[in-house]
Design a protein. Structure first.
Length: 543
């Protein structure tokens, strides 16, 4: 792997030596000065960086596709989203089902749904994604209802390799982050199950990547324009340097709209990422010494960012309901007309009906407190204190290949304990480095984690589950990879120091992979002797 100095070495965010003041310098010198002030470290797109990313992606893909259809029953909440995805593609909206429809579905009779729409409490995007796999491979087999999520899970690993490389300016640390995500149990289980949360995680991570690209391109523009103005005496607008067209920010808005279209918790991510990207802009304007950097950033960056990201997300979100708008069967589709709230405009009538649908769904979510054996307090999520059991069977000797007196086949969403326990410690390190040392790399990783995790503390008494953590898991992994980067040390460090750091990190990674191999059977539903299953229940709260 490449061990570029611009990772730990902190070239991106760690305080740099002050740039010298240069009088009568040429534009190239002024540009170099501006780039130092903005701590811009160019990323050469070496072929080797892609090879490492693609290698880890291949590992992730194999782990997520191997035996994907071996469990032929609907597990946990697949009972909702798999069937909803199928009827969305057939009818444009989710349809109701008769009592106890799962045996027929699992036997391949997938068209037993009823002629009326179903009341569902999550937006349709994630179910459209699940249904795409069913449309491609058929809904009468587990591959069809799990393939889309599995592919997004593997693509998330590839995304994280590139995001980690850009954030830390290191191919090595980006690859480490991707490897950790590839072999973690929670991410693996959620990638192999037809639920919504992996789809949400993918859109959130992709939006973060877009904002990173936008940040770097904006800084390059500021450096170039400020240097040219200083060299030529060219006047800069009283409102500061123009931001220019920012397509990556537009893309982030669309992706966050899709995230909200999977689950409403994407709204919190939209808010945090919106603040994050504007703070990046203000910091950059201040570093190039714009006289009114705050006011300029407000008018040039913050206000446009609000309309681009929030407006783009809102338009995308409403568009995701297009199947419901087009269908006459959607639940509450004609609520406005039936309940005397209709006007002369059919579009407004449809929006009134959709708004009523949302108020009803919101009331359901905030009032959901039905006890569940695997509900988990979010205070314990980072430590994986109460993972979710998705599938569990006890088998006797000779049954399904059981070679012991008693066997167990389980899909338990517990994460790799080393990744999550070390990752929790890494979050504390990132807090120190970000808040005390003002390391923006640590703060960026923490922003993604905070957006996906902290809002759940507001709903601590609701029926919620540890597997929701998969949305912020990539950012926990970035925190851990960041600390590994600190242990590796800067490129200019003494050879013995780098060798010791490298051996220590490599040993930890080998141990993590071995732990993942140990837990593999209970992540994939393998039939194992009950005694071996007990070996894997490290905490009394795991079974």
């Amino acid at each position: 792997m490449s061990t570029r100095s611009d990772l730990v070495e902190g070239a991106d965010e760690r305080p740099a030596p002050p740039a010298p003041e240069v009088e009568d310098a040429d534009e190239a010198t002024l540009l170099a000065t501006a780039r130092r002030r903005l701590r811009i470290v160019p990323l050469t797109d070496r072929v080797s960086s892609w090879w490492w990313a693609l290698a880890v992606f291949a590992i992730a893909l194999v782990l997520r596709l191997w035996g994907l259809g071996s469990i032929r029953t609907l597990i946990f909440d697949e009972t909702y989203y798999v069937k909803d995805g199928y009827t969305l593609w057939k009818n444009g909206t989710e349809m109701a089902w008769p009592d106890d429809p799962n045996p027929a579905w699992e036997a391949g009779r997938v068209d037993t749904y009823l002629p009326q729409g179903e009341y569902v409490v999550h937006p349709p995007v994630g179910k459209w994604v699940i249904g795409a796999g069913e449309a491609l491979l058929g809904a009468d087999n587990p591959w069809g209802w799990r393939i889309s999520v599995a592919l997004l899970g593997a693509l998330s690993v590839l995304l994280l390799a590139r995001i980690g490389r850009r954030l830390f300016r290191s191919t090595t640390v980006g690859t480490i982050a991707a490897l950790l995500l590839a072999v973690d149990g929670l991410h693996l289980v959620m990638s192999r199950t037809g639920l919504l949360d992996m789809v949400l995680s993918f859109f959130v991570l992709a939006a973060f990547g877009c904002l990173l690209l936008d940040r770097d391109r904006f800084r390059e523009r500021l450096a170039a324009v400020s240097a040219r103005a200083a060299a030529t005496g060219e006047a800069v607008s009283v409102l500061g340097i123009r931001s220019g067209l920012r397509p990556w920010r537009i893309g982030a808005g669309v992706l966050l709209g899709l995230a909200c279209g999977v689950k409403w918790s994407g709204i919190y991510v939209l808010a945090v990422f919106g603040v994050m990207t504007v703070l990046w802009d203000w910091w950059a304007r201040r570093r190039v010494r714009e006289r009114r950097w705050f006011e300029n950033g407000l008018f040039r960056d913050a206000i446009p960012a609000f309309f681009v990201m929030v407006g783009g997300a809102l338009v995308t979100y409403i568009a995701s309901w297009s199947g419901w708008f087009a269908s006459s069967k959607g639940y509450f589709r004609d609520w406005a007309e039936v309940n005397g709230h209709a006007g002369g405009n059919p579009v407004l009538n449809a929006l009134r009906s959709l708004w009523h649908y949302h108020t009803e769904a919101y009331s359901f979510h905030v009032g959901l407190d039905t006890p569940h054996p695997y509900q988990a307090n979010p205070l314990g999520w980072l430590l994986q204190l109460r993972p979710t059991n998705f599938y569990y069977r006890e088998l006797d000797y000779g049954e399904s290949g059981c070679q012991a007196l008693r066997c167990v086949a389980q899909v338990n969403s517990v994460g790799n304990p080393l990744i999550w326990w070390l990752g929790t410690a890494a979050v504390l390190v990132c807090l120190v480095m970000g808040l005390l040392w003002r390391d923006g790399r640590a703060l960026a990783a923490l922003a993604g984690l905070a957006a996906g995790y902290l809002p759940w503390l507001l709903y601590i008494h609701r029926t919620i589950f540890t597997f929701y953590s998969v949305v912020y898991e990539p950012f926990l992994v970035l925190c851990l990879a960041y600390v590994f980067g600190l242990l590796l040390g800067p490129r200019e460090a003494e050879r013995d120091r780098r060798l010791a750091g490298g051996l220590f990190v490599a040993s930890l990674l080998v141990l993590i992979v071995m732990v993942s191999a140990f837990f593999w059977p209970i992540w994939t539903g393998q039939v194992i002797p009950q005694s071996q299953w007990h070996w894997r229940m490290w905490l009394p709260s795991w079974p």
